[in-house]
Design a protein around this ligand. Structure first.
Ligand SMILES: CC(C)(COP(=O)(O)OP(=O)(O)OC[C@H]1O[C@@H](n2cnc3c(N)ncnc32)[C@H](O)[C@@H]1OP(=O)(O)O)[C@@H](O)C(=O)NCCC(=O)NCCS
Length: 179
C-alpha cells in the first residue's frame, strides 16, 4: 500500500484512515441501541471511548488497510470496513458499516459503500464483496441494492439478535459483473 493515500472521496463523502482522536465521536455515535440492534453481538453496547480506542488501534495495525472513517462535511460520521476472508475464500471480503443516526437517509452510506468497493476491487485484488443483513434491516438492504449488490441467498433462521430469531440476507457485488 506504499504511496497509496488512504483517503478516497466522491466530492461529497470521504472515507479515510482513522485518526486516534476519532474515538470520542465514534463512542458518541456508536453508543446507540438502534445501531447495535443491526450489528453482531461483538459490537459493544453500551459503547465506550475505551471500546473505540481499542477498535481504532486494531484498525491502524492492519496491512493492507481495510477499515475507514466516513467523513461528511469535514466531520467523522461513521465507520465502514472490509474483512478479507481466508483460505479458498481469500479473494472475497465481508463488508460492514454504520453511520450516526443524525446522518441517516442522506445517501452517505451509499456513497461510502461505492468508495470502499472501488478500493477493494482496485487495490486489494478482491473479486467479491458480500454483506449479511438481518431480515428486518430494510435500510441497509436498500443501500446495498443502490450500490449494485445482488441478493445471493436468504439464510433461514441464521441469526439470534436481542432474543429474537431472524433470517440473514446475503448480498454480494463482484469486480466483474455476473450475468
Ligand atoms: C443502514 C445504515 C448504514 C444506512 O445508512 P444511510 O446513510 O442512512 O443510508 P443511505 O441514506 O445511503 O440509504 C438509505 C436508504 O434506505 C431507505 N430506508 C431508510 N429506512 C428505511 C426503511 N425503514 N424501510 C425501507 N427503506 C428505508 C432510505 O430511504 C434510502 O433509500 P433511498 O435512497 O432509495 O430513499 C444506517 O441506517 C445505520 O447505520 N444503521 C445501523 C447500523 C447498520 O444497520 N449497519 C449495517 C448492518 S448490515
Amino acid at each position: 500500500m506504499n504511496g497509496t493515500p488512504l483517503r478516497f472521496t466522491d466530492g461529497i463523502v470521504t472515507i479515510r484512515k482513522f485518526r486516534r482522536s476519532d474515538k470520542f465521536r465514534m463512542a458518541e455515535i456508536a453508543n446507540n441501541e438502534k445501531i447495535a440492534a443491526n450489528l453482531r453481538d461483538a459490537f459493544p453496547s453500551p459503547y465506550s471511548v475505551e471500546d473505540a480506542q481499542k477498535f481504532i488501534s486494531m484498525c491502524l495495525r492492519q496491512d493492507p488497510y481495510q477499515v475507514f472513517a466516513i467523513e461528511f462535511e469535514g466531520e467523522y460520521v461513521g465507520n465502514i470496513g472490509l474483512h478479507r476472508q481466508d483460505d479458498v475464500y481469500r479473494k472475497t471480503a465481508e463488508l460492514g458499516y454504520f453511520i450516526g443516526e443524525p446522518w441517516w437517509n442522506r445517501d452517505i452510506t451509499t456513497r461510502a459503500v461505492n468508495l470502499i468497493c472501488d478500493y477493494g476491487f482496485r487495490e486489494l485484488d478482491i473479486i467479491k464483496i458480500f454483506s449479511g443483513v438481518f431480515s428486518f434491516n430494510t435500510a441497509s438492504q436498500r443501500v446495498l441494492v443502490k450500490c449494485g449488490f445482488v441478493l445471493e441467498a436468504i439464510l433461514k433462521s441464521a441469526v439470534i439478535k436481542n432474543g429474537a430469531t431472524c433470517d440473514e440476507y446475503r448480498y454480494a457485488r463482484f469486480s466483474t459483473p455476473k450475468v
